[in-house]
Design a binder for this molecule. Structure first.
Ligand SMILES: *Cc1c(COP(=O)(O)O)cnc(C)c1O
Length: 408
């Protein structure tokens, strides 16, 4: 995607706008597949929560991927996009037994992450194969809110509870067909990840009928200059070697699975918004844009740094800006950022806007959500219309007693 493509999309569909580049999703997918080319049974389950537009799901399907889902609604989206239930894994946390049973009845692969549900599910449905989410308690770093492998984490069944898992499996005669972990969002250190993988292999030996081992995600992508990214090729080489050795020892063919969200879609996304006002204060220059954390919450929620470019003046002289949104509370996208000189009406482009951006958007301040387009075969195609005021009102109901109050 170049500046011209982005300006074309903006002119065609208006602002604010999310633009996704399909080729980038494909190249990331292929990069990961190639890194594990020596594993005979390798599967990528795209984490739907990163970006759940049905057209994106169809791209993943065309590439041969499956899906990782965390809610029944995501499962429904996947089925709607054309995935077979067997290509979907469902990894919820803290959802009801009823929802898990509903999803299991659809034929989707269930992944259970607590002992209570494991026991209930195994007792009621001993013949339905289940994957177990293990928490190996290996810290993978990153923001505290997205690091899920630590000892206090609510995710997974602690590795220290393995004896209890085994007792439940023995008592219920349930069928465990997969072992899973998802330790967080940053595989910075391949060795740390491999250490967690060893814990998973040790756990796997206790189950005789496994079909797959799912290593979750945690692939790190660069957000700003100088950011380290996961060395996927080195990681692939090392884990492949270890996995194939384990498979031999285990004595049965196993699928190696991953569930990347961010890795596949983050860099494919661009968020475009117009500058409404340039405001000089005594200490800084604010660029106030026609959007806010209602459309892109990662900077406010995680302190994420999205690179910002002025695509209306890409070759201008750089100055320092604080880029802020229109939400009526602190709403900072970036502080003290070098950006080419901004004039009111310019279009700012936020990079890495594919993952956890639109999917976390809300209607806060009663604002409509932006449109989404995909840049595919050299053209922009609309994949979600911009909301309208009708959408803000859509589900609201006014009781007649309020509409026509009875005066007493
Ligand atoms: C969120 C999530 C993922 C994807 O994580 P990324 O950092 O986006 O790759 C994978 N698996 C599970 C279970 C998740 O909850």
């Amino acid at each position: 995607m170049n500046t011209e493509n982005l300006n074309t999309a903006a002119a065609q569909f208006g602002l604010p706008l999310y633009v996704y580049h399909s080729e980038k999703i494909e190249s990331q997918y292929n990069r990961l597949t190639q890194a594990f080319a020596k594993v005979p049974r390798f599967k990528i389950h795209y984490a739907v929560k990163a970006l759940s537009n049905v057209s994106i799901l169809k791209i993943i399907k065309n590439l041969g991927g499956g899906l990782d889902t965390v809610s029944i609604e995501e499962v429904q989206l996947g089925l709607y996009a054309g995935f077979a239930p067997s290509e979907i894994i469902y990894t919820p946390n803290g959802v009801s037994m009823e929802e898990i049973e509903q999803v299991a009845a659809m034929g989707v692969q269930i992944n259970i992450d607590n002992l209570s549900i494991l026991e209930q599910f195994g007792t009621k449905h001993p013949t339905i194969p289940v994957c177990i989410r293990i928490n190996p308690h290996v810290m993978a770093g990153g923001n505290a809110n997205i690091s899920v492998g630590h000892i206090d984490s609510k995710f997974g069944i602690s590795i220290h509870q393995l004896p209890h898992i085994l007792r439940i499996v023995e008592n219920t005669k349930m069928h465990i067909n997969g072992i899973h972990m998802h330790t967080g969002s940053d595989i910075l250190d391949v060795e740390v990840f491999l250490y967690a993988a060893e814990i998973l292999f040790d756990t796997a030996k206790n189950f005789k009928e496994l079909d797959f081992i799912d290593f979750g995600s945690g692939f790190k992508v660069p957000y700003k200059a100088g950011d380290i990214e996961t060395d996927v090729e080195e990681f692939g080489k090392k884990l492949t070697k270890r996995f194939l050795a384990f498979e031999k020892e285990y004595g049965r063919e196993l699928t190696l699975a991953f569930e990347p969200g961010k890795f596949l879609v983050s860099e494919a996304g661009y968020f475009l918004t117009k500058v409404n006002v340039v405001k000089q204060t005594t200490s800084t220059v604010f660029a106030g844009v026609d959007s806010g954390f209602n459309h892109l919450i990662r900077p406010m929620l995680y302190g994420a740094q999205h690179h910002i470019e002025n695509i209306s003046n890409p070759n201008g002289k750089e100055r320092f800006y604080s880029v802020v949104g229109y939400i009526c509370e602190t709403d900072t996208f970036a502080s003290n950022r070098r950006i080419t000189e901004i004039t009111e009406g310019d279009i700012l482009c936020f990079k890495n806007a594919g993952a956890y951006c639109f999917s976390m958007a809300s209607n806060y301040n009663s604002r409509v959500k932006p449109a989404e387009v995909i840049w595919h075969n050299g053209e922009a195609h609309l994949i979600r219309q911009r909301e309208t005021f009708e959408d803000i009102l859509k589900n609201q109901v006014i009781p007649s007693t309020i509409e026509e109050p009875v005066l007493v």
